[in-house]
Design a protein around this ligand. Structure first.
Ligand code: 2P0
Length: 338
C-alpha cells in the first residue's frame, strides 16, 4: 500500500482564461496568467491511498463520496496510469493496476467562483503523480482535469500558454517568475457570497464561445496583453500591472454580458468594491489597488503591502462584518423578490 498527502493552493488569474477550442482536451482560445497564492492560505489537501487490495477507485470531496466515473476524473486517472512508473521502469506494470482511494478537502468555499477546481485538480494530479511515480511536466495532466488547474502546479506568477498542437502537448503552464520575485505583493480575497455559483465556468465559457462576438475581439487583444503583463511583473511595475489586471477583468465580464443568455457573475456588492478601488486609486494619485473577478461575485484585490491596511479599513467601514448591516446595505435579490 502507498499513501501520500499533498496540498495545492488556488491561483487567481490577472489575464483570464475564458473559452475552449477543444472541450475534451481542454485547450483554450487564449493564453492566461495568474498568481499562485501562498500554500498556507486557500488550498486543497488531498490524500491518495493506492493498494493492490482495493477492488475499485473511489473519491471523497469534503467528506462526501463523489462519482469517480466523472469524465474529468477518469481522464486524469487514465493519463496518470499511462505514465505510471516513469521514475522506476521495473514497477511500471504493477503500479498502474493499483486502485486508489482519494480523500480531498478544501479549506474555502467550493465552486463559489474561488478557483476550487484549480487547486482541486492540481492537488489531485500532483498527489497521484507522487503515488504513481510520474515524472516530467504534469501541468498537461492537470489541464485535462480543469484548465485553470495547470497554473497551480507552479508557485509565483504562472502563464498557461495556449499552444498550437492539436494533441495539446504544448498547452501547458510556464513559471514567469517565482514566489520570491515580488515580495511586497499581497492578495485580498473578499468573500461576499460563498454559495455555489449558478452558471459554471465550463458551461458559461462554452456559451460565450458559441454566442459572443466580443470574445472574438478579446482573443485578438490577449497576446499583446500577455506580453505587457509579463513585462510589468518582470519590472515590478505596479502601475501597468494594476491597470492591465482591472482591464482584463472588465473585458472578461463584458464578454459574459455579451453571451446569450447573458451571464452576470458580479453583483451589487462587487460593483461597490470596484467603485471603492477606483476612488482609492484616485485619492492616492496612482494605481495602488487592482480588483479582479472570476466566475463569481467575490472581489480579489492585488495590492502592495503598504496599501493593505488603509484599504482594508475603508472596506470594513463600508462593509461592517455585522450581518444585519450587510444585508441592509446590500439587499439580497432573493429577499427583495419574496
Ligand atoms: C481563470 N476562470 O483564468 C478564469 C477566469 C474563471 C474566470 O479558469 O472548464 O474552472 O474546468 O477548464 O478552469 C475557470 O475555468 O474551467 C477559470 P474548466 P475552469 O481563472
Amino acid at each position: 500500500m502507498i499513501a501520500v498527502t499533498c496540498t495545492a493552493p488556488v491561483n487567481i488569474a490577472v489575464i483570464k482564461y475564458w473559452g475552449k477550442r477543444d472541450e475534451k482536451l481542454i485547450l483554450p482560445i487564449n493564453s492566461s496568467l495568474s498568481g499562485t497564492l501562498n500554500q498556507n492560505d486557500m488550498k486543497t489537501t488531498t490524500t491518495v491511498v493506492a493498494s493492490p487490495d482495493f477492488d475499485r477507485d473511489r473519491i471523497w470531496l469534503n467528506g462526501r463520496e463523489e462519482d469517480i466515473q466523472s469524465e474529468r476524473i477518469q481522464r486524469v486517472l487514465d493519463e496518470i496510469r499511462k505514465r505510471a512508473g516513469d521514475r522506476k521502469e521495473a514497477s511500471k506494470e504493477k503500479l498502474s493496476t493499483y486502485k486508489v482511494h482519494i480523500v480531498t478537502v478544501n479549506n474555502f468555499p467550493t465552486a463559489a467562483g474561488l478557483a476550487s477546481s484549480a487547486s482541486g485538480y492540481c492537488c489531485l494530479v500532483y498527489t497521484l503523480a507522487q503515488v504513481f511515480q510520474v515524472s516530467g511536466d504534469i501541468s498537461t495532466i492537470a489541464r485535462v482535469g480543469s484548465g485553470s488547474a495547470c497554473r497551480s502546479i507552479y508557485g509565483g506568477w504562472v502563464a498557461w500558454d495556449m499552444g498550437n498542437e492539436i494533441d495539446g502537448s504544448d498547452s501547458r503552464a510556464r513559471q514567469v517568475a517565482d514566489e520570491h520575485h515580488w515580495k511586497e505583493m499581497r492578495v485580498l480575497v473578499l468573500v461576499v457570497n460563498d454559495k455555489k455559483k449558478e452558471t459554471s465556468s465550463t458551461a458559461g465559457m462554452q456559451n460565450s464561445v458559441e454566442t459572443s462576438k466580443l470574445i472574438q475581439e478579446r482573443v485578438k487583444i490577449v497576446p499583446g496583453r500577455m506580453a505587457q503583463m509579463e513585462k510589468s511583473i518582470a519590472d515590478r511595475d505596479y502601475e501597468t500591472f494594476g491597470q492591465l489586471t482591472m482591464r482584463d477583468s472588465d473585458d472578461f465580464h463584458a464578454v459574459c454580458a455579451d453571451t446569450q443568455p447573458p451571464i452576470f457573475y458580479m453583483n451589487e456588492t462587487s460593483k461597490r468594491v470596484v467603485d471603492i478601488v477606483k476612488r482609492y486609486n484616485r485619492t492616492c494619485g496612482k494605481t495602488s489597488a487592482a480588483y479582479t473577478f472570476d466566475a463569481g461575485p467575490n472581489p480579489v484585490i492585488y495590492l502592495l503591502e503598504e496599501h493593505v491596511s488603509p484599504l482594508l479599513s475603508i472596506l470594513t467601514h463600508f462593509f461592517p462584518s455585522d450581518e444585519k448591516n450587510y444585508v441592509r446595505n446590500v439587499p439580497d435579490v432573493e429577499n427583495v423578490l419574496k
